[in-house]
Design a binder for this molecule. Structure first.
Ligand code: SAJ
Length: 446
């Protein structure tokens, strides 16, 4: 009896979204996956690492390395920079970066448009194309679809299928969040949507919710804007508590003692490839494709508050140094943690970029430590934690990495020039720090 044909899937963009979804699909019966990754200076090395069955992420990613090694060994997953493989694919997932411009916050769709041209040029009739990258509402049908149709000469919904289904992954929980979080799928028409739902049913155990493409795109950007707004609220209330001389984390616990209240966690800032830009994608989409003018000022204000937190932390450093009669231009600052998220190696849009820029602009010498991050152009980066704090006048904790919870105040004090701690992530115990002779300041700690 003839063997059932393999479903061939191409996943374009081997990053935090593309790699886990490709590996999960390749582990399914009757599925064969080819990852496509540009041979760029920044990411080209991932091709060889993945083809050797290695996970390219430094941080803790439960289950991912074992899964990649298994599907590579089974011969069901390989990665290439050769786009022509797309012509053999039944399904193509697009997982490229969709950054926004730092100045005008407009989306920069260089990769998305280039990949759409390549896919349109090579794809075969009846291919299902799914955009998983976060985009401004309206992008799939006003930017991607016309390129695919022009390049292929085919019509979306009739000759090939087109859908949008956004990822909800986070470093440290990549596989878990793909498998166990509800999945939203929007199709250019019902057939496209149904086909995409069938695809995700192979790997997603949680409910799969169908809608149209514009609603799905908008849900993604609003979902992240919602989180960003909640974090901004927590950050503003943290500054209120500092001014009142009380502990915002205690206040948060008291408020969250009521089950349906979820006050978020204040901190030194908001980083990552998502929250700092998705509000601007939402903003761009409604300005470009909205039926009437509306300026979502509330979510933009939240962006401003969250972007202010590294500057607020720099002010805290300056006040503490001044209390010890040290000018910031003569100070050495030990920065503990540069990643935007705990126990990850991810520095995309990390708030520590702004923090270092602010501190160095005032003349401080900054030495950074991070247990996971390999490169950090903004400052000298070391894996030697005690080396970083030796001779320092202030420690700034910027990431909630697990190793920082075990720091010895006695050891730190013996190595530092001036015992000052600015805790940007509520990692250290204030009472113990002060008992050990430290001047302690913390975001949300009045
Ligand atoms: N942060 C706070 N306080 C909080 C929560 C987070 O200061 O209470 C900071 C974090 O330290 C970090 C930033 O915000 O710097 C973002 O943290 P995150 O936990 O939101 O992590 P992301 O950006 O990797 O993940 C978010 C998630 N979105 C939502 O929860 C709505 C994730 O589910 C998305 O998949 C991801 O964005 C994405 O890719 O869009």
């Amino acid at each position: 009896m003839a063997k059932p044909a393999l479903t061939r899937i191409g996943v374009i963009g081997m990053g935090y979204v593309g790699i886990p979804v490709a590996a999960l699909l390749a582990d399914q019966k009757g599925v064969d996956v080819t990852g496509v990754q540009r041979l760029s200076q920044r990411s080209g090395w991932k091709i060889d690492a993945l083809n050797a069955g290695k996970c390219p992420f430094e941080g803790d990613e439960p289950g991912l390395e074992a899964l990649i090694s298994r599907v590579v060994q089974k011969g069901r997953f390989r990665v290439t920079d050769d786009f022509s493989v797309i012509q053999d694919m039944d399904i193509v997932l697009i997982d490229v970066q969709t950054p926004t411009d730092g100045a005008d916050h407009k989306p920069r769709y260089l990769s998305l448009k280039e990949v759409s041209r390549q896919v349109g040029t090579t794809m075969k009739r009846s291919t299902l194309v799914v955009i998983e990258s976060t985009v401004a509402p309206g992008t799939t049908q006003h930017v991607v679809q016309p390129i695919l149709e022009r390049k292929s000469g085919l019509k979306a919904g009739r000759d090939f299928h087109l859908a949008y289904s956004y990822e909800r992954v986070m470093p440290g929980r990549l596989l878990d969040y793909i498998v166990n979080l509800p999945r939203i799928v929007g199709g250019v028409n019902k057939r496209s949507c149904d086909r995409a739902v069938r695809l995700y049913k192979r790997i997603v155990k949680a409910p799969i919710l169908s809608t149209d493409i514009l609603t799905a795109e908008t849900s993604k950007t609003i979902e992240n804007a919602y989180r960003d707004v909640n974090i901004a609220f927590a950050n503003e209330m943290a500054m209120v508590c500092e001014s009142l001389g009380i502990d915002a984390y205690e206040v948060r616990e008291l408020i969250n003692s009521r089950a349906e209240r979820h006050m978020h966690v204040p901190g030194i800032g908001v980083g990552g490839h998502c929250l700092p830009k998705d509000t601007w994608l939402l903003n761009y989409g409604v300005h470009k494709y909205g039926r009437f003018p509306i300026n979502p000022g509330f979510v933009q204000l939240a962006r401003k508050i969250n972007d202010f937190m590294p500057i607020h932390a720099t002010e805290m450093v300056k006040h503490a140094l001044a209390a010890k009669k040290i000018a910031i231009r003569e100070a050495k600052i030990a920065l503990l943690g540069v990643a935007y998220l705990e126990d990850s190696d991810d520095v995309r849009n990390t708030p520590t970029y702004d923090l270092v820029r602010e501190l160095e602009a005032d003349g401080a010498e900054v030495v950074a430590h991070d247990p996971y991050v390999k490169t950090f152009p903004e400052a000298e980066l070391t894996k030697d934690l005690y080396g970083a704090v030796t001779g320092a006048d202030c420690i700034v904790i910027a990431t909630r990495h697990r190793p920082y919870f075990k720091l010895s105040f006695k050891k730190l004090k013996s190595l530092m020039r001036t015992p000052i701690i600015v805790d940007g992530r509520n990692v250290l115990d204030r009472v113990k720090a002060e008992k050990a002779g430290f001047l302690y300041k913390g975001i949300g700690k009045g």
